[in-house]
Design a protein around this ligand. Structure first.
Ligand SMILES: Cc1cc2nc3c(=O)[nH]c(=O)nc-3n(C[C@H](O)[C@H](O)[C@H](O)COP(=O)(O)OP(=O)(O)OC[C@H]3O[C@@H](n4cnc5c(N)ncnc54)[C@H](O)[C@@H]3O)c2cc1C
Length: 432
């Protein structure tokens, strides 16, 4: 096959953003994607008239990379409430962002979740997260765990276990609170400064928008069902040759490996092995009239008991009613405890149903189970010792690594890494 100046391996968010940067810089590019669809871990599908995301995920309006690549109006998003209901002590208790929902924020002070000590500890944290300058760097490493940081700041164990563990457990897909304090502080700032949103056509619409940002004439440069299998130096050490799964060879002056950490290591065995956080998201359908009231609000429900198996639940149709046919509602429950993730589909569904029955009563028996989405490699684990293993972006002359495992395990991190790798590749071409 002929050559492009930049060859991008992987069509997830990172690879697509890299392609957009090359296109904007008028640098020729080709992107190899091993699967039959773009978007990688960001995807949605239609099943029985319902929009089902692969795992529960949200797009934060405070992400700064989004403005570079995504047209918010065209994406058409709606926000969830900046509050959560925490199941603890046999009932739901509300905790709310005091600026977004002042009444709920004040009511939350008396819900029994927050002690006076918690309020004193959270106040400076909240002010720093909302207005602090500079914004924490998600790619930094503080080498202390989030749990250590919270205790250092004076948050009580009760609030750590009932709110921080399930809420940020859902964000990092890690129930341990062992993740590094730097990516935690960045997320805290993102939640304090923006809102969690869901696109009208599901999270997969983000990838579709990125694809549409590439001009029509360049679409042939997206080569689907074409996995890279090996990378070697070009003739006389100039540029790179990439072998693909169909026996083809692609020559390029610059290569960007924008795969997930596991696939990147298959291409570059010298990269250290990363640990992963897994999740299983189960989806049910119910007649809207029978949808439990706590799920009718666009708000996250959290398991504050730590007993699970569901860590967080939400009704996507409370945000976008047209994610299900008229008169029906969707309910999504996510499991993040590795012990539960290992259960069989039937066993896990039965246990989730039992948990929801304790929360909402016997009407749960009417829920129709629609899907069980298992994602073993959902997010790279971000404990301090994991972050020490992050690869550097500049792997070799004309060779760049992108993807969320290079910066931060988020859409924002993937976008930033793809952009920065492509900007560096384009700059190298200009200097050559
Ligand atoms: C359940 C879940 C919930 C999440 N929630 C959020 C959230 O709420 N907010 C948030 O910001 N982020 C969230 N994330 C994280 C976010 O989705 C990821 O960090 C981001 O999508 C990673 O993008 P990527 O491009 O780095 O990697 P990927 O999406 O993994 O893309 C890599 C691509 O490379 C392709 N590939 C692999 N090997 C090869 C090869 N050899 N040749 C060619 N192609 C190859 C793959 O098929 C894939 O398309 C969530 C993730 C999951 C799974």
């Amino acid at each position: 096959m002929g050559g492009a100046q930049v060859l991008i391996i992987g069509g997830g968010v990172a690879g697509l953003c890299a392609a957009i940067v090359c296109e904007r810089a008028r640098v020729s590019w080709r992107l190899l994607e091993s699967s039959e669809r773009i978007g990688g871990r960001v995807s949605s599908r239609i099943q029985d008239g319902c929009t089902i995301d692969r795992g529960f995920a949200v797009l934060l309006s405070s992400y700064s990379e989004i403005a570079r690549f995504i047209d918010w109006n065209a994406l058409d998003v709606r926000a969830l409430r900046a509050s959560a209901r925490v199941w603890t002590g046999g009932r739901f208790r509300t905790i709310a962002h005091p600026l977004a929902h002042p009444a709920a924020g004040v009511a939350g002070l008396f819900s029994g979740l927050l002690s006076v000590r918690d309020v004193a500890a959270l106040l400076p944290m909240a002010v720093g997260a909302a207005w602090g300058v500079p914004i924490p760097d998600p790619s930094a490493r503080r080498s202390i765990s989030t749990e250590q940081l919270l205790f250092k700041r004076g948050v009580t164990r009760n609030l750590v276990d009932s709110f921080f563990r399930p809420f940020f457990g859902g964000v990092f897909l890690d129930p341990t609170l062992g993740y590094d304090a730097a990516p935690f502080e960045w997320r805290l700032a993102m939640f304090a400064r923006g809102r969690a949103t869901l696109p009208r056509r599901g999270m997969g619409a983000i990838a579709e928008q990125l694809r549409l940002a590439l001009p029509e004439h360049s679409r042939d440069c997206l080569v689907m069902r074409c996995g890279a299998q090996g990378i070697e130096s070009g003739p006389n050490g100039a540029g790179w040759l990439v072998r693909d799964s169909s026996g083809g060879t692609h020559a390029a002056k610059q290569v960007i490996v924008a795969c997930d950490a596991l696939s990147a290591r298959k291409l570059l065995p010298a990269l250290p092995a990363r640990r992963w956080c897994s999740t299983v998201t189960l989806v049910w359908k119910v007649k809207s009239a029978n949808c439990p009231p706590p799920l009718r609000r666009p708000e996250l429900l959290l398991d504050g008991t730590g007993r699970g198996p569901v860590n967080h639940a939400v009704s996507p149709t409370s945000v976008w009613p047209d994610h299900a046919p008229l008169g029906e509602s969707l309910i999504s429950g996510s499991v993040i405890d590795p012990a539960y993730c290992e259960l069989s589909d039937a066993d896990l569904e039965a246990r989730c149903r039992a948990q929801f029955t304790a929360w909402f009563g016997s009407g749960v028996a009417e829920w129709k189970h629609m899907a069980t989405e298992r994602i073993a490699q959902a997010l790279p684990r971000q404990h301090p010792e994991d972050l020490a293993l992050r690869p550097i972006m500049h792997h070799a002359e004309g060779f760049w690594i992108a993807g969320d495992h290079v910066s931060d395990g988020s859409i924002e991190g993937a976008m930033r890494s793809g952009r920065q790798a492509a900007e560096s590749a384009c700059a190298s071409l200009r200097c050559a």
